[in-house]
Design a protein around this ligand. Structure first.
Ligand code: HEC
Ligand code: HEC
Length: 202
Protein backbone atom coordinates (compact mmCIF):
# COMPACT_ATOMS: atom_id res chain seq x y z
CA UNK A 1 0.00 0.00 0.00
CA UNK A 2 2.79 2.39 1.05
CA UNK A 3 4.77 1.29 -1.98
CA UNK A 4 1.95 2.26 -4.37
CA UNK A 5 1.43 5.64 -2.72
CA UNK A 6 5.16 6.35 -2.96
CA UNK A 7 5.11 5.32 -6.62
CA UNK A 8 2.20 7.61 -7.54
CA UNK A 9 3.86 10.46 -5.65
CA UNK A 10 7.02 10.03 -7.71
CA UNK A 11 4.92 9.73 -10.86
CA UNK A 12 3.21 13.02 -9.97
CA UNK A 13 6.58 14.77 -9.47
CA UNK A 14 7.77 13.31 -12.78
CA UNK A 15 4.73 14.62 -14.63
CA UNK A 16 5.11 18.05 -13.07
CA UNK A 17 8.81 18.20 -14.07
CA UNK A 18 8.16 17.18 -17.66
CA UNK A 19 5.43 19.81 -17.81
CA UNK A 20 7.95 22.53 -16.81
CA UNK A 21 10.55 21.27 -19.25
CA UNK A 22 7.97 21.28 -22.04
CA UNK A 23 6.63 24.71 -21.08
CA UNK A 24 10.07 26.32 -21.06
CA UNK A 25 10.93 24.70 -24.40
CA UNK A 26 7.78 26.23 -25.93
CA UNK A 27 8.63 29.62 -24.44
CA UNK A 28 12.18 29.38 -25.87
CA UNK A 29 10.86 28.57 -29.28
CA UNK A 30 8.66 31.66 -29.17
CA UNK A 31 11.67 33.81 -28.33
CA UNK A 32 13.72 32.10 -31.02
CA UNK A 33 11.31 32.95 -33.82
CA UNK A 34 11.24 36.58 -32.76
CA UNK A 35 15.04 36.68 -32.93
CA UNK A 36 14.67 36.21 -36.69
CA UNK A 37 13.61 39.84 -36.96
CA UNK A 38 16.16 42.40 -35.77
CA UNK A 39 13.81 45.32 -35.63
CA UNK A 40 10.86 44.56 -33.35
CA UNK A 41 8.88 41.67 -32.01
CA UNK A 42 5.62 42.51 -33.74
CA UNK A 43 4.02 39.53 -35.37
CA UNK A 44 2.12 41.73 -37.79
CA UNK A 45 2.88 40.40 -41.28
CA UNK A 46 3.09 43.74 -43.03
CA UNK A 47 5.52 45.15 -40.45
CA UNK A 48 7.77 42.15 -40.88
CA UNK A 49 7.62 42.51 -44.62
CA UNK A 50 8.51 46.20 -44.43
CA UNK A 51 11.43 45.48 -42.15
CA UNK A 52 12.78 42.79 -44.40
CA UNK A 53 12.44 45.15 -47.36
CA UNK A 54 14.27 47.93 -45.55
CA UNK A 55 17.02 45.57 -44.48
CA UNK A 56 17.58 44.23 -47.96
CA UNK A 57 17.91 47.78 -49.27
CA UNK A 58 20.47 48.52 -46.61
CA UNK A 59 22.46 45.45 -47.54
CA UNK A 60 22.36 46.20 -51.25
CA UNK A 61 23.24 49.85 -50.87
CA UNK A 62 26.99 49.36 -50.36
CA UNK A 63 27.23 46.39 -52.67
CA UNK A 64 25.94 48.22 -55.77
CA UNK A 65 28.73 50.75 -55.22
CA UNK A 66 31.92 50.74 -57.24
CA UNK A 67 33.54 53.57 -55.26
CA UNK A 68 34.59 57.05 -56.35
CA UNK A 69 37.27 57.65 -59.00
CA UNK A 70 40.53 58.37 -57.21
CA UNK A 71 43.26 58.80 -59.81
CA UNK A 72 43.84 62.55 -60.47
CA UNK A 73 45.43 62.00 -63.91
CA UNK A 74 42.45 59.95 -65.08
CA UNK A 75 39.99 62.53 -63.74
CA UNK A 76 41.80 65.40 -65.39
CA UNK A 77 42.50 63.83 -68.79
CA UNK A 78 39.36 61.78 -69.29
CA UNK A 79 36.88 64.01 -67.50
CA UNK A 80 37.19 66.86 -69.99
CA UNK A 81 34.33 65.67 -72.22
CA UNK A 82 32.23 63.35 -70.06
CA UNK A 83 31.58 61.79 -66.68
CA UNK A 84 34.63 59.85 -65.43
CA UNK A 85 33.41 56.26 -65.43
CA UNK A 86 34.61 54.10 -62.56
CA UNK A 87 37.18 51.50 -63.69
CA UNK A 88 35.06 48.66 -62.21
CA UNK A 89 32.34 49.38 -64.81
CA UNK A 90 34.37 47.65 -67.56
CA UNK A 91 36.77 44.69 -67.73
CA UNK A 92 40.49 45.36 -68.23
CA UNK A 93 40.26 44.10 -71.82
CA UNK A 94 37.83 46.92 -72.63
CA UNK A 95 39.99 49.58 -71.01
CA UNK A 96 42.99 48.27 -72.90
CA UNK A 97 41.13 48.63 -76.22
CA UNK A 98 39.87 52.12 -75.35
CA UNK A 99 43.34 53.37 -74.37
CA UNK A 100 44.88 51.82 -77.50
CA UNK A 101 42.39 53.62 -79.78
CA UNK A 102 42.32 57.15 -78.38
CA UNK A 103 43.11 58.74 -81.75
CA UNK A 104 39.69 57.48 -82.88
CA UNK A 105 37.64 57.79 -79.71
CA UNK A 106 33.92 58.16 -80.53
CA UNK A 107 34.69 60.67 -83.26
CA UNK A 108 37.42 62.44 -81.26
CA UNK A 109 41.18 62.40 -81.37
CA UNK A 110 42.07 62.30 -77.68
CA UNK A 111 45.72 63.32 -77.39
CA UNK A 112 47.32 62.39 -74.07
CA UNK A 113 51.04 62.31 -73.25
CA UNK A 114 52.58 58.85 -73.07
CA UNK A 115 53.41 59.01 -69.33
CA UNK A 116 49.90 60.15 -68.39
CA UNK A 117 48.40 57.53 -70.70
CA UNK A 118 50.38 54.79 -68.93
CA UNK A 119 49.29 56.03 -65.51
CA UNK A 120 45.65 56.02 -66.64
CA UNK A 121 45.93 52.56 -68.25
CA UNK A 122 47.44 51.14 -65.08
CA UNK A 123 44.76 52.66 -62.85
CA UNK A 124 41.91 51.48 -65.09
CA UNK A 125 43.15 47.92 -65.56
CA UNK A 126 44.21 47.38 -61.91
CA UNK A 127 40.72 48.39 -60.76
CA UNK A 128 38.74 46.90 -63.66
CA UNK A 129 35.54 44.88 -63.11
CA UNK A 130 37.25 41.49 -62.79
CA UNK A 131 39.77 42.93 -60.33
CA UNK A 132 37.10 44.48 -58.09
CA UNK A 133 34.96 42.93 -55.42
CA UNK A 134 31.40 44.08 -54.79
CA UNK A 135 28.12 43.06 -56.33
CA UNK A 136 27.97 45.46 -59.28
CA UNK A 137 31.48 44.61 -60.55
CA UNK A 138 30.68 40.90 -60.19
CA UNK A 139 27.35 41.21 -62.03
CA UNK A 140 29.10 43.08 -64.86
CA UNK A 141 31.84 40.46 -65.18
CA UNK A 142 29.33 37.61 -65.11
CA UNK A 143 27.04 39.14 -67.71
CA UNK A 144 29.91 39.81 -70.17
CA UNK A 145 30.86 36.14 -70.63
CA UNK A 146 34.38 37.21 -71.62
CA UNK A 147 33.31 39.94 -74.09
CA UNK A 148 35.20 43.27 -73.98
CA UNK A 149 32.87 46.02 -75.32
CA UNK A 150 34.09 49.59 -75.80
CA UNK A 151 31.05 50.93 -73.96
CA UNK A 152 29.54 50.37 -70.52
CA UNK A 153 26.16 50.87 -72.16
CA UNK A 154 26.79 47.70 -74.22
CA UNK A 155 27.20 45.44 -71.19
CA UNK A 156 24.21 43.03 -71.13
CA UNK A 157 23.54 43.61 -67.42
CA UNK A 158 23.54 47.41 -67.87
CA UNK A 159 21.35 47.18 -70.99
CA UNK A 160 18.89 44.98 -69.16
CA UNK A 161 18.62 47.45 -66.28
CA UNK A 162 17.73 50.29 -68.69
CA UNK A 163 15.54 48.26 -71.02
CA UNK A 164 12.27 49.79 -69.77
CA UNK A 165 13.36 53.42 -70.22
CA UNK A 166 11.88 54.88 -73.44
CA UNK A 167 14.49 55.90 -76.06
CA UNK A 168 13.38 59.54 -76.15
CA UNK A 169 14.26 59.93 -72.46
CA UNK A 170 17.96 59.57 -73.32
CA UNK A 171 17.59 62.21 -76.04
CA UNK A 172 16.26 64.85 -73.63
CA UNK A 173 18.49 67.90 -73.39
CA UNK A 174 18.88 67.27 -69.66
CA UNK A 175 20.26 63.78 -70.34
CA UNK A 176 21.99 63.93 -73.73
CA UNK A 177 22.78 60.22 -74.07
CA UNK A 178 22.73 56.94 -72.20
CA UNK A 179 26.45 57.50 -71.47
CA UNK A 180 25.62 60.43 -69.20
CA UNK A 181 25.11 58.27 -66.09
CA UNK A 182 25.21 61.19 -63.68
CA UNK A 183 22.17 62.87 -65.29
CA UNK A 184 19.94 60.25 -63.64
CA UNK A 185 22.16 58.52 -61.07
CA UNK A 186 22.73 61.53 -58.84
CA UNK A 187 25.15 59.53 -56.67
CA UNK A 188 27.18 58.23 -59.65
CA UNK A 189 30.27 60.23 -58.68
CA UNK A 190 30.42 58.30 -55.40
CA UNK A 191 30.07 55.14 -57.46
CA UNK A 192 26.53 54.41 -56.22
CA UNK A 193 24.17 53.22 -58.97
CA UNK A 194 21.55 51.69 -56.68
CA UNK A 195 18.01 52.20 -58.01
CA UNK A 196 17.13 53.98 -54.75
CA UNK A 197 19.24 56.90 -55.97
CA UNK A 198 17.89 57.44 -59.46
CA UNK A 199 15.86 60.37 -60.73
CA UNK A 200 15.16 60.85 -64.42
CA UNK A 201 15.27 64.60 -65.18
CA UNK A 202 12.47 66.36 -67.08
C1 HEC B 1 37.56 64.98 -76.58
C2 HEC B 1 36.50 64.47 -75.74
C3 HEC B 1 36.77 63.16 -75.01
C4 HEC B 1 37.80 62.85 -74.17
C5 HEC B 1 38.99 63.73 -73.74
C6 HEC B 1 37.56 61.50 -73.71
N1 HEC B 1 36.40 61.02 -74.23
FE1 HEC B 1 35.53 59.24 -73.79
N2 HEC B 1 33.99 59.67 -75.02
C7 HEC B 1 33.86 60.84 -75.76
C8 HEC B 1 32.63 60.78 -76.50
C9 HEC B 1 32.09 61.86 -77.43
C10 HEC B 1 31.99 59.57 -76.14
C11 HEC B 1 30.62 59.08 -76.60
C12 HEC B 1 29.60 59.59 -75.62
C13 HEC B 1 28.20 59.37 -76.04
O1 HEC B 1 27.92 58.48 -76.84
O2 HEC B 1 27.32 60.11 -75.52
C14 HEC B 1 32.88 58.92 -75.20
C15 HEC B 1 32.60 57.69 -74.60
C16 HEC B 1 33.42 57.04 -73.72
C17 HEC B 1 33.12 55.76 -73.12
C18 HEC B 1 31.87 54.94 -73.33
C19 HEC B 1 30.74 55.37 -72.43
C20 HEC B 1 29.52 54.48 -72.62
O3 HEC B 1 28.64 54.83 -73.42
O4 HEC B 1 29.44 53.42 -72.02
C21 HEC B 1 34.19 55.44 -72.33
C22 HEC B 1 34.34 54.19 -71.49
C23 HEC B 1 35.16 56.51 -72.46
N3 HEC B 1 34.65 57.48 -73.29
C24 HEC B 1 36.38 56.51 -71.84
C25 HEC B 1 37.29 57.57 -71.95
C26 HEC B 1 38.62 57.55 -71.38
C27 HEC B 1 39.22 56.39 -70.62
C28 HEC B 1 39.19 58.75 -71.67
C29 HEC B 1 40.57 59.22 -71.30
C30 HEC B 1 41.68 58.40 -71.76
C31 HEC B 1 38.22 59.52 -72.44
N4 HEC B 1 37.09 58.76 -72.62
C32 HEC B 1 38.41 60.79 -72.87
C33 HEC B 1 34.73 61.89 -75.77
C34 HEC B 1 35.89 61.99 -75.05
C1 HEC C 1 18.01 58.38 -68.37
C2 HEC C 1 18.48 58.08 -67.04
C3 HEC C 1 19.62 57.11 -66.85
C4 HEC C 1 20.88 57.15 -67.39
C5 HEC C 1 21.48 58.18 -68.33
C6 HEC C 1 21.59 56.00 -66.85
N1 HEC C 1 20.76 55.30 -66.03
FE1 HEC C 1 21.24 53.63 -64.94
N2 HEC C 1 19.33 53.45 -64.36
C7 HEC C 1 18.32 54.37 -64.58
C8 HEC C 1 17.09 53.91 -63.96
C9 HEC C 1 15.75 54.62 -63.96
C10 HEC C 1 17.41 52.67 -63.34
C11 HEC C 1 16.50 51.79 -62.50
C12 HEC C 1 15.91 50.71 -63.32
C13 HEC C 1 15.10 49.80 -62.41
O1 HEC C 1 14.35 50.29 -61.58
O2 HEC C 1 15.27 48.58 -62.53
C14 HEC C 1 18.82 52.42 -63.61
C15 HEC C 1 19.50 51.31 -63.16
C16 HEC C 1 20.88 51.16 -63.20
C17 HEC C 1 21.64 50.12 -62.55
C18 HEC C 1 21.03 49.00 -61.69
C19 HEC C 1 20.78 49.55 -60.30
C20 HEC C 1 20.08 48.58 -59.39
O3 HEC C 1 19.91 48.93 -58.20
O4 HEC C 1 19.70 47.50 -59.83
C21 HEC C 1 22.95 50.35 -62.81
C22 HEC C 1 24.12 49.53 -62.32
C23 HEC C 1 23.03 51.51 -63.66
N3 HEC C 1 21.74 51.98 -63.87
C24 HEC C 1 24.20 52.05 -64.15
C25 HEC C 1 24.24 53.10 -65.08
C26 HEC C 1 25.46 53.55 -65.70
C27 HEC C 1 26.84 53.00 -65.42
C28 HEC C 1 25.10 54.56 -66.55
C29 HEC C 1 26.00 55.34 -67.49
C30 HEC C 1 26.85 54.58 -68.38
C31 HEC C 1 23.66 54.74 -66.44
N4 HEC C 1 23.18 53.82 -65.54
C32 HEC C 1 22.91 55.67 -67.13
C33 HEC C 1 18.44 55.53 -65.29
C34 HEC C 1 19.55 55.94 -66.00
Amino acid sequence: MRGIRQFSFLLGIGCLMSFFVLASAIADEGRGSRHGNDFDSSDDDSTQHRNRHRQSHRNRHGEQSVGAVEDPTYKEQCGACHFVYQPALLPSGSWHKIISNLEDHNGNNVAIEEAAKNTIAEYLTNNAAENSSGELATLITQSLLGETPMRITEIPYIRRKHHDIPKDVFQRESVGSSSNCVACHFTAEQGIYDDDFVRIPE
